[in-house]
Design a protein around this ligand. Structure first.
Ligand code: CIR
Length: 259
């Protein structure tokens, strides 16, 4: 079974408060209607790729709660409840626990530090954990211990400063192929991988999402799309311009696993 085999996903309907989602710059936030439209199209794309989608209700108290990838990490049979590093997001872990306990035979809690799922990238050989402003060394070590309990090897890496999450800048799109930004490629964290660099001025395109045979990619990154098409990827372009205003991309909006 490949790391891209998925038949289940959890998403959460965006709250109206998503307009107040965290962002690094001081630019305007997204519109609630715009995020809702992008989210609805995303759910269709997950279903079209063969995933059964569980949709959780919106959480107005948590503007970033649409990004369910961050408070947990899931594999077939096991969910690991993480501890998001942004104070405004810490409560999201408790909010998703009940659903994970319902759907997974084993639920493991991170027992120290902070870690966001956006900093976790699963590859065939190892689970990469990126240190960031959200994932600290204590949380990364605790996550590595949790992964060891389920027979997974962790590899802790340090992305360049200023990158929100590991997967903001690097995503596995084939067994040994990464889609990366130029700074991530230059950081030399991924020896042995074939790194495809996103098109000029299209760094946000790096957060693409491989599901089964399909690669979901931001629709407004033409140079990256050309590169990926030339390599033969089966692309599903999706509009991410609204969620992009709060520093998010396509992996952030779901938890995915093979049941
Ligand atoms: C945040 O700053 O936490 C959200 N506005 C964006 C989270 C993106 N999540 C992800 O990359 N996994």
């Amino acid at each position: 079974m490949s790391v891209f085999s998925f038949n289940n996903a959890i998403v959460r309907t965006p709250a109206r408060s998503v307009v107040d989602g965290l962002r690094a710059g001081d630019h305007a936030g997204p519109s609630a209607a715009g995020v809702a439209t992008e989210h609805a199209a995303y759910i269709v794309a997950l279903a079209d790729a063969g995933l059964q989608v569980t949709t959780l209700p919106p959480l107005e108290a948590f503007p970033d709660s649409v990004f369910v990838e961050d408070p947990a990490l899931v594999f077939g049979g096991t969910a690991i409840i993480l501890n998001p590093g942004a104070p405004s997001r810490a409560g999201e872990a408790a909010e998703i626990r009940t659903e994970l306990a319902r759907q997974f035979a084993q639920v493991i809690e991170l027992d120290a530090g902070h870690a966001d799922g956006g900093d976790v990238m699963v590859t065939p050989d190892a689970v990469y954990i990126g240190l960031s402003a959200r994932t600290d060394a204590t949380g990364a070590a605790a996550l590595a211990r949790a992964l060891a309990k389920i027979g997974r090897t962790a590899r802790i890496v340090t992305p360049p400063p200023g990158v929100l999450h590991l997967k903001t800048g690097a995503n596995l799109i084939d067994e040994d192929v990464l889609l990366v930004t130029a700074p991530m490629a230059a950081a030399g964290m991924f020896p042995g991988f074939d790194c495809i660099t996103v098109g000029d001025g299209e760094d946000a395109a790096a957060n693409a999402l491989r599901l089964n045979d399909w690669l979901l990619v931001g629709a407004h990154f033409p140079r990256t799309i050309d590169k990926l098409a030339a390599r033969g990827f089966k692309l599903v372009p999706l509009d991410t311009r609204e969620i992009g205003k709060i520093d998010a991309g396509l992996s952030c909006m779901s938890l995915r696993w093979q049941a």
